[in-house]
Design a protein around this ligand. Structure first.
Ligand SMILES: Nc1ncnc2c1ncn2[C@@H]1O[C@H](COP(=O)(O)OP(=O)(O)O)[C@@H](O)[C@H]1O
Ligand SMILES: [Mg+2]
Length: 273
């Protein structure tokens, strides 16, 4: 009896045979996986393997077949407001509206919590400002979102997703435009929310080192199919990366922490005469 109570209190995102067809191809091909609350699943895989399509299917941005169930609720059955309180996505290529200032844009993330007048409360504003501060955005809140560097804009989009206070956060290659310091800052902030609030995180990663250092588990996607999943050291090996990415790498292990470094073919580097 007690055991079943424990199970019920922990939220699980379950994907059952999720398939996405684009251009007549199954770009996500019957994927089943399960992510518990407080877990961070890193999805890796070569370009075109279906990472973005899978995340978009979970977010309901592309039509899919199969079941996507969170906390025993079919996500496709949720009303838009409930859905927005449950799940938010930071897309790989975000579309930002013109003539909207950073603070107003981030405040949009609070929309699913606002009352009838759609006026943010003091609490909404305080929360938004704390996220703004954590992401080093204080100095740009009055700027237009369209008039920022790629890295600043990426942080603004992430801020909006975080102030939405979702239970599931989907990140599609969230750090590609960020410098090293901001990569760590953003990922640490997400990780803090994961640990403090039991946020479920699923992120596609281009950078295999970050994928392994932040994910509590990993899934390797190839041609729309999960070919390998588990902890980082099982999924990321010299052989799997050579076979799947066609990449020569060295993998350095420091306890549970992996670093993946590209390795150039040996040979003398000579100047052109
Ligand atoms: N709108 C679309 N129409 C047809 N094919 C698409 C569309 N969007 C993506 N694809 C194809 O789906 C496959 C998976 O793409 P994507 O999910 O973006 O992969 P990844 O994020 O892993 O790079 C690719 O072969 C891509 O060309
Ligand atoms: Mg992608």
């Amino acid at each position: 009896m007690e055991l079943s109570n424990v199970e019920e209190s922990s939220s699980v995102l379950n994907l059952e045979s999720v398939t996405v067809i684009l251009g007549g191809e199954k770009v996500v091909n019957s994927i089943s996986l399960s992510v518990e609350s407080g877990e961070w699943l890193s999805i890796i895989g070569p370009n075109g393997s279906g990472k973005s399509s899978l995340l978009r299917a979970i977010a309901g941005l592309v039509s899919s077949t199969g079941n996507i169930v969170f906390d025993s609720i079919d996500l496709s059955q949720l009303a838009p407001k409930q859905r927005a309180q449950t799940i938010s996505i930071v897309p790989q290529i975000p579309v930002v509206p013109p003539r909207v200032k950073v603070l107003d844009y981030i405040l949009l993330g609070r929309t699913p919590y606002l009352g009838r007048g759609f006026q943010p409360t003091k609490e909404d504003l305080t929360y938004v400002l704390s996220v703004v501060e954590n992401l080093d955005l204080e100095n740009v809140v009055e700027r237009y979102v369209t008039e920022m560097s790629g890295g600043e804009r990426q942080r603004v989009i992430i801020a909006r997703a975080l102030v939405q206070q979702p239970k599931i956060l989907l990140l599609d290659e969230p750090t590609t435009a960020l410098d090293l310091g901001h990569q760590q800052e953003v990922l640490e902030l997400v990780d803090k929310q994961r640990q403090d609030l039991g946020l479920t995180v699923i992120s596609a990663f281009h950078d295999l080192t970050l994928a392994s250092q932040y994910g509590t588990s990993m899934a390797l996607l190839v041609d729309g199919v999960v070919t390998n999943s588990g902890i980082a050291s099982e999924v990321i090996t010299e052989d799997s990366l050579k076979d799947i990415y066609g990449a020569k790498v060295s993998i350095y292990r420091d306890g549970e922490t992996l670093s993946v470094v590209p390795k150039r073919q040996e040979g003398p580097r000579t100047k052109l005469e």
